[in-house]
Design a protein around this ligand. Structure first.
Ligand SMILES: Cc1cc2nc3c(=O)[nH]c(=O)nc-3n(C[C@H](O)[C@H](O)[C@H](O)COP(=O)(O)O)c2cc1C
Length: 158
């Protein structure tokens, strides 16, 4: 019996949600329990759940997290919960034409979680909307490697 994966989605125009849905399908096919939640109503307490987390967030404004991710992001910044028990992965969506702030939304989550003691599994996935590749396809190419690294944490009490 493995622990679940919680995919938390920050999106403005739905691409990150599409990516999350593809990743959900991939993981479920491998017998892993998965839930996908838009970040809108989530607060810092979501990280008290058992299991691993996948932050799937795009970037808006000038390198900001999407509007629907702001409450969760700010809540974490304010409450500063101790997240040493948390293991997570990051799928950061952006567009390289925004060269100064490329994928900063997902990467801001990564920095914040690390500052609270959480540990990232694998490298953050960077999805570039200007590359001509669909973010869903890029994510499906990546998730197998992430799952390999995540598996020991899904099986153990870590
Ligand atoms: C108004 C606007 C601002 C954006 N700002 C950034 C940015 O600062 N950095 C970045 O990497 N991408 C930026 N993007 C690109 C989006 O993050 C990218 O298209 C992403 O795939 C959208 O995902 P979503 O549909 O899940 O929101 C911006 C897009 C728009 C329309």
């Amino acid at each position: 019996m493995t622990k679940p994966v919680h995919i938390l989605v920050g999106t403005m125009t739905g691409t990150a949600q599409l990516v999350a849905d593809e990743l959900e399908g991939f993981l479920k096919k491998r017998g892993i329990a998965v839930d996908v939640e838009l970040m809108d109503d989530l607060r810092a307490e979501v990280f008290a759940k058992d299991g691993l987390f996948l932050i799937c967030s795009s970037t808006f404004g000038q390198g900001d997290v999407p509007d629907n991710a702001r409450a969760l992001f700010n809540d974490l910044k304010e409450k500063k919960p101790q997240l040493a028990h948390v293991r997570y992965g990051v799928v950061a969506l952006g567009d390289r034409t925004y060269s100064e702030t490329f994928c900063r939304g997902g990467l801001q989550f990564d920095n914040l979680l690390q500052s609270l003691g959480a540990k990232r599994i694998g490298e953050a996935l960077i999805c570039d909307a200007s590359s001509g590749n669909l973010a869903e396809d890029v994510a499906l190419d990546w998730i197998g490697g992430w799952l390999e690294e995540a598996m020991p944490h899904l099986r153990s009490a870590a």
